[in-house]
Design a protein around this ligand. Sequence first.
Ligand code: PRP
Length: 217
Amino acid sequence: MEEKKYLTFALGKGRLARQTLELFERIGITCEEIKDKDTRKLIFVNEALRMRFFLAKGPDVPTYVEYGAADIGIVGEDTILEENRKIYEVLDLGFGKCRMCVCGPKKAGELLRHHELIRVASKYPRIAKNYFYNKKHQTVEIIKLNGSIELAPIVGLSEVIVDIVETGSTLRENGLEVLEEVCPLSARMVVNQVSMKMEHARITSLITELRKELNKE
Ligand code: PRP
């Protein structure tokens, strides 16, 4: 008999991957070799379950899934919205909760209220553009940055930022605050559109198991 195809998972590196693996363990999906912190391996296999796992940078997860290099991905909703890939979003995993917000010094609130032509720095130019142009109907200049976004209003690169707020401590420690909320965020499971058809039974039963486990919380 032909061997069952591997179901391949792309996990966003870091805390998200750790929380995902913990959740998977609770429904009997284990991967011992991925836990070895010293390993330089890139792909990890559970032969018995015919599953493979790899870690990738968050923004690359939807790309792997769209092209079918991974059947399933686990990634933050922020990345899904920003990458805008042709993938199915099938499950809210409930962890990794945070908010996408417009932030800045308190005085920038006035500029937002009066729809001034301001500069907005963000790691998420698509989300920022969609929010200001389609929701607020405010023309702004968007500046793409790759990290430490909070610096932008402090050093005068932009009036406000669009960024993730989790505990709010980065903002507080830098004299900034949430001025408007764009949307709430959490970790999501995404699925390749072809895999959803070809591996329908395995994937839907996985979603059902995960949903049952998450409902216990
Ligand atoms: C994220 C985000 C904020 C911070 C928010 O940055 O961009 O800077 O976390 O968390 P808090 O509300 O709990 O302070 P991350 O640490 O991912 O790095 P980055 O600045 O390089 O994007």
